[in-house]
Design a protein around this ligand. Structure first.
Ligand code: DGL
Length: 279
């Protein structure tokens, strides 16, 4: 375990590959920092699990990243942000690591909502757990009260992405079904927000089933800009983040599969390490 006052990398956590879509934008926006990405691929998807399980698994991931020396961890996962972030921030951090911070993806996204729509109607695609938590609706009331969100759970997209089948026949037929159901909710929807970090990995497939006049938006850039802003506003935390441009990738499942998928996505080689999260 690292000493308390040592500098540490920024931790990025997701249930699997999805957080890579956020990490990619973060490292482009803030290239000088050190990062550790942790994907809990062995236990993905989180989105069909109970709140208790998502919270338990997320806390294990966060603790693992703290033990690697991270002072700041980003939950690059909507499901974890919706079901675990508040408990971790309010209940666990004061007890286990009062000087460390964990941030999620929902608040930065809702703060940005009004800039995404002209009609005031946004269709939101997410996992069942995120939709059921109502987190987006609650946060949007605070940060974008003039925007109406229309939620659509898309539970089978994550397993498709994790299995590298995001552009196959099943992905197309499910995208058609989910997008039809979403569009039927309101005819003024002008934006589809992908509120699951896995979904941008099948962006082309999704876009093929959305009418041309509707834009499809992913969160990576929004979260990256928000992190840059956070570090600027919190110089004490920024000073604790090491900056030697190192990147480490950790996965709880096969490193071979992770390296293949992550390398395709980055266009450069990824060599991951296998880790086990405490049950
Ligand atoms: N990538 C996660 C999200 O943003 C969830 C994927 C899962 O269901 O595990 O919601």
């Amino acid at each position: 375990m690292k000493m308390k006052n040592e500098l540490g990398p920024i931790g990025i956590f997701d249930s699997g590959y999805g957080g890579l879509t956020v990490f990619k934008e973060i490292q482009q926006r803030l290239p000088g920092y050190d990062y550790i990405y942790l994907g809990d691929n062995a236990r993905t998807p989180y989105g069909t699990r109970s709140l208790e399980k998502v919270y338990q698994f997320t806390l294990q991931g966060v603790q693992y990243l703290f033990n690697q020396g991270c002072h700041l961890v980003i939950l690059a996962c909507n499901t974890a942000s919706a079901n675990a972030l508040r408990s971790i921030q309010q209940k666990d951090l004061p007890r286990i690591a009062p000087d460390k911070r964990v941030l999620g993806v929902i608040r930065p996204t809702t703060e940005y909502l009004s800039q995404l729509t002209k009609t005031g109607h946004i269709g939101l695609c997410a996992t069942e757990a995120t939709v059921n938590s109502q987190s987006y609706l609650i946060e949007a009331k605070k940060y974008a009260p003039e925007v109406e969100l229309h939620q659509q759970a898309c539970p089978l997209w994550v397993p498709l992405v994790e299995n590298n089948e995001g552009d196959g026949e099943a992905a197309h037929s499910l995208s058609e079904k989910y997008m039809k159901a979403l569009m039927a909710q309101h005819d003024a929807i002008d934006t589809v927000l992908l509120a699951c970090t896995h979904y941008p990995l099948m962006m082309d497939t999704i876009q093929a089933h959305v009418p041309d006049h509707i834009q499809v938006i992913s969160q990576g850039k929004i979260v990256a800009d928000s992190l840059a802003d956070y570090l600027e506003r919190h110089p004490q935390m920024d000073a604790k983040c090491s900056k030697t441009e190192s990147r480490r990738f950790l996965t709880t499942d096969s490193t071979k599969s992770f390296d293949l998928k992550a390398s395709q996505f980055y266009g450069s080689d990824v060599i991951s390490e296998w880790v086990e999260l405490e049950e």
